[in-house]
Design a protein around this ligand. Structure first.
Ligand SMILES: [Zn+2]
Ligand SMILES: [Zn+2]
Length: 385
């Protein structure tokens, strides 16, 4: 995983609290001493001057805190500051550091046990000591550091953020009904390893399942510039196939959503194109559908158009009109493109007005006849003349 990781206090040299360890420099750590140490360090951290939901931009030298600014301290600020924002969003959306932290909790029964105990109510240090959890103390310290747990005078309790971390770390996030191919697809991907699209995923249209999962906020590794996956060697298929790897077994991005298109806008688009199907120029008696040139399976973010203020040029850039039959055909071609990384021929002609048959994120759909048949025809015509 690229990018910064949450700072973990697992380096013994970091342990500078008095009474640390069974025989710290101030003698054995009794439960009372333990509580005092943890509570005082929690208090000290809470003096950090950020309102909840803001992101820390303090360079270490100006951080207004009683602790001496240093790289190490700054790292702690960063942890604290970045971990707060998800709470302030109504929509899901988890930054990478928080996601990595949640994943570590998800993979640690000790962390989950402590959090689940606190979920049923505050607990004293003695009560936590009675949990059958190894390293309860270092677990608790880490949870305090991430503001998952807070300390009152005598007890520890789950913070609001902690409640959310617990939910993310324990829930089965499979969004599909049990027994469906889609649910099976999620279960396979939930180990967050690479999986062959051709032989491991049960659906004949994995691209559609992935699109659905991405709409729900699940993220996929994309490291080839060829969409949401990578071309890797599959031993079973004895071939290079498209592989998928889900980043986290819980949703971390805001869902990718489609806007509701007003009927008046649809009518305007149809009028603009003189009610002619973009593929063959025909004017069928049935109503033509307004199609997004970039198919939903390729969307990286939610649609955000202000339909009222769109110019004709804007409309031509983003939309075309197609018969139901042509629209369905295009959808299938676009899904194949996502699965194979090969842009399908338009009208069975091996011509692209930009790029070639290989899909890459830089060019995107530009150059493909299914994306813009008008430009495709114009470019081909120009070559013939
Ligand atoms: Zn800060
Ligand atoms: Zn395979």
């Amino acid at each position: 995983m690229d990018g910064p990781r949450p700072h973990r206090r697992d380096d013994p040299s970091d342990r500078d609290e008095p009474g640390d360890g069974p025989h710290g420099r101030d003698g054995p750590a009794t439960p009372e001493r333990r509580a005092v140490v943890l509570i005082s360090s929690a208090r000290r951290r809470s003096s950090h001057p950020h309102p909840a939901g803001s992101v820390c931009e303090h360079p270490p030298d100006t951080a207004a805190d009683s602790m001496r600014p240093s790289k190490h301290n700054y790292q702690m600020y960063v942890n604290r500051c970045l971990i707060v924002p998800p709470l302030s969003y109504a929509m899901p959306g988890v930054d990478e550091e928080t996601a990595e932290f949640i994943l570590s909790v998800r993979n640690s029964s000790s962390h989950r046990d402590v959090l689940e105990r606190l979920d049923s109510g505050p607990a004293t240090p003695d009560e936590l000591d009675q949990l059958p959890v190894e390293n309860a103390r270092s677990v608790l310290e880490e949870l305090l550091e991430h503001d998952v747990v807070s300390a009152t005078d005598s007890e520890f309790e789950l913070t609001d953020f902690g409640g959310r971390v617990l939910e993310y770390a324990t829930k089965d996030w499979n969004p599909s009904n049990e027994g469906t191919k889609r649910a099976r697809t999620f279960d396979i991907l939930a180990d967050c390893e690479w999986h062959c699209s051709s032989c491991e995923l049960p659906s004949s249209q994995p691209a559609k399942d992935i699109q659905m999962l991405r709409k729900e906020g699940f993220e996929f590794v994309q490291n080839t510039g060829q969409g949401q996956g990578d071309f890797l060697e599959c031993e079973n298929c004895e071939d290079t196939t498209f592989h998928r790897k889900m980043k986290y077994p819980f949703p971390t991005s805001k869902p990718i959503t489609r806007q509701n298109m007003p009927n008046s806008f649809k009518q305007r688009v149809r009028d603009l194109y003189d009610h002619r199907d973009a593929f063959d120029g025909s004017s069928p008696s049935t109503t033509l559908e307004v199609d997004h040139r970039v198919p939903e399976v390729r969307w990286e973010q939610s649609e955000d158009f202000d339909y009222e203020s769109m110019s004709d040029d804007d409309i031509e850039e983003h939309f075309q009109i197609l018969s139901r039959k042509h629209n369905l055909l295009k959808s299938r071609k676009c899904e194949q493109c996502v699965e194979t990384g090969k842009r399908p021929q338009f009208m069975q002609i091996d011509f692209y007005y930009e790029g070639d048959e290989n899909y890459d994120d830089q060019t995107g759909c530009e150059g493909c006849g299914w994306y813009n048949p008008h430009e495709w025809r114009d470019a081909l015509q120009a070559q013939l003349e």
